[in-house]
Design a protein around this ligand. Structure first.
Ligand code: B12
Length: 92
């Protein structure tokens, strides 16, 4: 049985990260979406974060993985630095 989060993850990874744009010749080009991923605060639960890193990377996202015990400020700084499309917080 899938949890809500797991089925959302499955939908996200199945739909793939790339948006198809056209270049000047009208050919489709792939635009990789950028994510910042981590576990917030004093939380050290690393397993879900690892699975998400592999799932999103495999699905074609460009993932910056900050690991565990990440502050809100670190999430924001990394998102600005990498011009991320989304911040993903793995939690339980
Ligand atoms: C393993 C574990 C630990 C290990 C962690 C090892 C490690 N390095 O990861 C250790 C022993 C260190 C630990 C410690 C603690 N733990 Co602990 N732990 C667990 C346990 C058994 C499994 C967690 C796990 O890794 N699951 C497997 C992963 C794959 O699942 P997941 O993280 O949920 O992620 C999946 C989905 O949620 C989803 N997902 C997650 N995020 C996102 C985000 C998006 C965008 C999407 C789409 C999907 C998605 O995808 C993931 C992959 O499939 C859970 C119990 C449980 N049944 O969950 C308790 C649990 C999380 N722990 C708990 C607690 C209380 C603690 C401690 C506070 C205990 C203590 N008093 O010291 C400490 C906290 C330490 C700290 N500072 O963080 C509680 C949390 C309760 C709460 N929510 O308030 C739980 C639920 C146990 C319980 N029933 O009491 N723990």
């Amino acid at each position: 049985m899938l949890t809500g989060a797991q089925s959302t993850l499955q939908e996200m990874t199945n739909s793939k990260a790339q948006i198809t744009n056209k270049n000047e010749n009208g050919e489709g080009i792939m635009d990789k979406k950028k994510l910042v991923l981590g576990v917030i605060g004093a939380d050290v639960h690393a397993v879900g974060n690892k699975i998400l890193y592999h799932a999103f990377t495999e699905a074609g996202f460009d993932v910056t993985n900050l690991g565990v015990m990440v502050s809100q400020e670190e999430f924001i700084s990394a998102a600005i630095e990498t011009d991320a499309d989304a911040i993903i917080v793995s939690s339980l």
